[in-house]
Design a protein. Structure first.
Lengths: 270, 85
């Protein structure tokens, strides 16, 4: 049975799409059949982060409106065999997404035998964000250790607990996880940035991953290669750990402390 | 910062952020899930009460709770002391 996971945050620019792309790759790399759907109608971007922007012919709204088959709209990843992308439509019609339409596409994907359906939510709490979370079994709430992001995440947690199908049906609700991005251990150590424990305490949720702030993330989006595929990067290792935890592995958090610089690095590293 | 500054412990900006968030998040959670008309209801009730008694806006509290399967709207008004009468 497929699991539907929404990647959400409330606030924009915290790393939802980066996270969706990397988690999707991470799951696919472990042999899972994965589809990642861009719910940001009118502001399509997942395709760029995944590096498949030139292969988008049909999109999510085309499928909902019956302009094409689901199979025609699914973009097969060139790197990972079991990974597929469903791009957002660039329409400006706010009503292009409907609850019934989304349900139908999700049911078709489930019938197709996908293991994981990742829903990359748009920022905000409007229709796209609402529909991205509505049918979810689990939620990954992406948060930066920063006041506005943490507050907005709490708003989103409130919506997950009330405005989702699982909440309405009262069958245990959506399982929620926190994923911290842009984490800067040096600034945490000097008291300039809230720590993982601070954020965890305020939001009262378990942390499924902490991704250190890294220049590799921008480099990855520049190249259209999700950062998890850059084996040299700490951000990649952090995302891979998060994927393992999503799959039930019990791993300690890494990269919470500033890497110790060796003698030579301090002498010559600048 | 003078020498005295070394002894005065100013809280770090991260701990200020955490404290501010703790308060606002707790406050926003109390109204979470309550209907959107609650703030308006509170304001209008306050206007009515104000016609008869001079109460402090902060002295009117409205809570929506669950009790044995049904919803309870609880209104609490702290009346001013009568000393000024």
């Amino acid at each position: 049975m497929a699991e539907i996971i929404v990647v959400t945050s409330g606030k924009g620019g915290v790393g939802k799409t980066t996270t969706s792309a990397s988690v999707a790759c991470g799951l696919a790399r472990r042999g899972k059949r994965v589809v990642v759907i861009d719910f940001d109608i009118g502001l399509r971007n997942l395709d760029l982060i995944m590096g498949c922007e030139r292969r988008v012919v049909y999109d999510f709204v085309n499928v909902i409106q019956g302009d094409c088959t689901l199979k025609q709209a699914l973009i097969k990843d060139k790197r990972l065999e079991t990974l597929h992308v469903l791009a957002a439509s660039q329409t400006r019609d706010k009503d292009a997404l409907t609850a019934e339409g989304v349900r139908r596409v999700l049911d078709d994907l489930i019938a197709d035998g996908f293991d994981y359906i990742l829903c990359d939510s748009p920022a905000g709490i409007e229709k796209g964000a609402h529909l991205a979370m509505y049918y979810a079994d689990r939620a990954v709430v992406v948060v930066n250790p920063e006041v506005s992001s943490v507050r907005d995440s709490d708003r989103i947690l409130g919506l997950l607990a009330s405005k989702t199908q699982r909440a309405e049906q009262g069958n245990g609700g959506v399982k929620e996880h926190l994923l911290l991005t842009r984490y800067n251990p040096r600034r945490v150590a000097s008291g300039e940035m809230m720590s993982v424990d601070d954020v965890k305490e305020i939001l009262g949720l378990d942390v499924i991953g902490v991704v250190p702030e890294s220049p590799d993330v921008l480099a990855a989006s520049n190249a259209g290669v999700p950062v998890i595929l850059n084996d040299e990067s700490d951000a990649s290792r952090a995302y891979d750990d998060a994927v393992a935890r999503l799959l039930g592995e019990n791993l300690p958090l890494r990269f919470l402390e500033e890497p110790k610089r060796g003698f030579f690095a301090r002498m010559f590293g600048g | 910062m003078g020498l005295l500054g070394l002894f005065r412990r100013t809280p770090t900006s991260a701990s200020v952020a955490k404290e501010r968030l703790r308060i606002i998040v707790a406050q926003e959670r109390t109204v979470r899930g309550s209907p959107d008309y609650l703030p308006l209801l509170r304001r209008e009730l306050l206007q009515v009460i104000h016609k008869y008694v001079n109460v402090d806006p902060e002295a009117v509290q409205i809570n929506l709770g669950q009790e044995e399967g049904h919803e309870v709207l609880e209104l609490s008004v702290a009346l001013p002391e009568k000393t000024r009468a």
